[in-house]
Design a protein around this ligand. Structure first.
Ligand code: 5AD
Ligand code: SF4
Length: 534
């Protein structure tokens, strides 16, 4: 059996897709390797959200192309958003690519691999042309949505491997999709075009998936959707032949005004959260990503406040602090509405952490617009913000409507200025926790020696990016008896590092919750002292 190398670019949705693809392929006998050189099947699960992610994927295609030219028999597959967006054009421009599979077609991947492998092994394809296959969704969003509501893709989520020893659940944490696609059409964003219309999974399937993950040892689930708070499932609308509810297309924006919680015909996001919390008590943590600043009702905040195992963390991108730019982005809210929302969050949940995304250099962004973004940042205690330079994406409204008229040098300056401002704000947010006790779900060793502890501040960013620092010199035996630093997250998603006695205790602690007293902080993390492990 051939060995597969699978690399993932982009967002958590892609990470989950890759996990499901891997589980599916493993269940039918494929083996996996983490070294591309050892693989005969190379799969790249790509992202089109920004140009940077695409360039990285293209450079991988170049490397595989060289291997193929030198005579290696390889199958090269491009999965995900680039496959959907570029379609057969990619097959034309990149002759080394054997198969394309869009995000809505991943359940059919084994069949595609099989087709390619069969054609080449039959030896009837001397040019290597005929076996090449492309399976992207239809470019019509309507038919894409209809096919997404069929059970195929749902089956892929439901059939995931529930193996507690798998690498992805080593920290006993798992992603669970609640919606696919997006209906918001922010003008800069490619997602509604690549992932199609918003489709909502039936609540029973979601709860069942959480239950099965918990049974397999998972203690933290992260519910995923492009705009999770727009989750809304109408019961009694669509059933499968065997009487189960099937995924359905999400409603329009107007559906979210003054949502009554007692409406039994509808499972709102608030009710879904409450169900998972109440029906799967083994889960120590329930998180969700990403929230949309509009239509985040008090019902969700009330469920969060009354249910201790729901994380106090909101990733709720603001994108810009200028009303003019927000309008051009088609975000559907004003700065004032965003601030009303974050004030409301902190009134219900004083300990909540808020994080976001910001795009600098959107077309026509003036110094004044940028100043408005800075003052918004100063108004909200953001624990962090991911800051992106605007990147025009083919297929979006913004690329056809506007010139990309903010010079790269200005984008870069604004990006750096915001990073510096966010570092100040982040430092203040984290410093607020000094002296308090927090529960940390331990995720990994940082490769950092506690002796280095006093030169930490410049290391904060790197720790949060998961980059190991100084490798320890000396024998393995020495290393295992010396103190080790571990890193994890609080219920508010604050990265926390602390030291433990040795590597064995660190390994034993991964995937467990530790009580830590916070005694220091940086712009991106807390430092603490271990009190006890749960
Ligand atoms: N250019 C720059 N950033 C973008 N994002 C999405 N599309 C673009 C684009 N064309 C950012 C947004 C979004 C995050 C996932 O990526 O901030 O929230
Ligand atoms: Fe893209 Fe906007 Fe949908 Fe987010 S809400 S995925 S930014 S279109």
């Amino acid at each position: 059996m051939k060995t597969v190398y699978l690399e993932t670019f982009g967002c958590q949705m892609n990470e989950l897709d890759s996990e499901l693809v891997r589980g599916h392929l493993e269940s039918i006998g494929y083996g996996f390797t983490s070294r591309p050189d050892d693989a005969q099947i190379l799969l790249f699960n790509t992202c089109s959200v920004r140009e940077h992610a695409e360039s990285k994927a293209y450079s991988r295609l170049g490397i595989v192309g060289k291997r193929k030219k030198s005579g290696e028999e390889l199958v090269l597959g491009v999965l995900g958003c680039m496959a959907e967006r570029d379609g057969v054009d990619m097959l034309r421009r990149y002759p080394q690519v054997d198969l394309l599979c869009g995000p809505g077609e991943l359940d059919k991947l084994p069949m595609l691999i099989d087709n390619v492998a069969r054609t080449s092994s039959l030896g009837d394809d001397p040019t290597g042309e005929h076996g090449r296959v492309a399976l992207a969704g239809s470019t019509s969003r309507r038919s894409a949505a209809l096919s997404a509501t069929k059970d195929d893709l749902e089956t892929l989520d439901l059939a995931r491997a529930f193996d507690p020893d798998r690498a992805t659940s080593a920290a006993r944490s798992a992603y669970v999709r609640i919606t696919r696609g997006c209906n918001k059409f922010c003008t800069y964003c490619v997602v509604p075009h690549t992932r199609g219309a918003e489709v909502h999974r039936p609540p029973d399937s979601i709860v069942e998936e959480c239950r099965r993950l918990a049974r397999a040892g998972v203690i933290e689930v992260t519910l995923l959707g492009q705009t999770v708070n727009h989750y809304r499932y109408h019961h009694g609308v669509a059933l499968t032949i065997d009487g189960r509810e099937s995924p359905q297309i999400g409603p329009g924006l107007t559906a979210f005004r003054n949502e009554p919680l007692e409406d039994d015909d509808v499972t709102t996001f608030a009710r879904l959260l409450a169900r998972i919390h109440d029906e799967v008590p083994e889960l120590a943590r329930i998180r969700f990503l990403t929230s949309y600043p509009r239509d985040f009702g008090d019902d969700v905040l009330a469920v969060m406040a009354s249910r201790p195992r729901i994380c106090r963390y909101l990733h709720v991108p603001v994108q810009s602090g200028s009303n003019r730019i927000l309008k051009l982005m088609n975000r559907g809210y004003t700065v004032e509405e965003y601030l009303e929302f974050t004030d409301r969050v902190l009134a219900h949940l004083p300990d909540a952490s808020i994080a976001g995304d910001i795009i600098v250099g959107f077309p026509t962004e003036t110094d004044e617009d940028f100043e408005a973004t800075k003052s918004l940042l100063r108004r909200v205690p953001f624990k962090n913000n991911f800051i992106f330079k605007y990147s025009p994406r083919p297929g979006t409204a913004a690329i056809s409507r506007f010139d990309d008229d903010v010079p790269e040098a200005v984008k870069k300056l604004r990006n750096n200025e915001l990073l510096a401002l966010q570092a100040e704000i982040g430092a203040a947010v984290h410093a607020n926790w000094i002296g308090r006790e927090v529960d940390v779900l331990v995720e990994r060793k940082t490769n950092r020696r506690p002796a280095d502890a006093h030169q930490r501040s410049s290391a904060d960013a790197r720790v949060s990016l998961g980059v190991g620092l100084t490798a320890h010199r000396g024998s393995e035996a020495d290393a295992r008896t010396e103190p080790v630093q571990v890193s994890g997250r609080t219920k508010g998603d604050l990265i926390t590092v602390f030291d433990v006695a040795d590597a064995d205790s660190a390994d034993a602690m991964i995937g467990r919750i530790a009580r830590v007293k916070v005694d220091g902080s940086g712009p991106l993390l807390l430092r603490g002292r271990l009190l006890e492990t749960g």
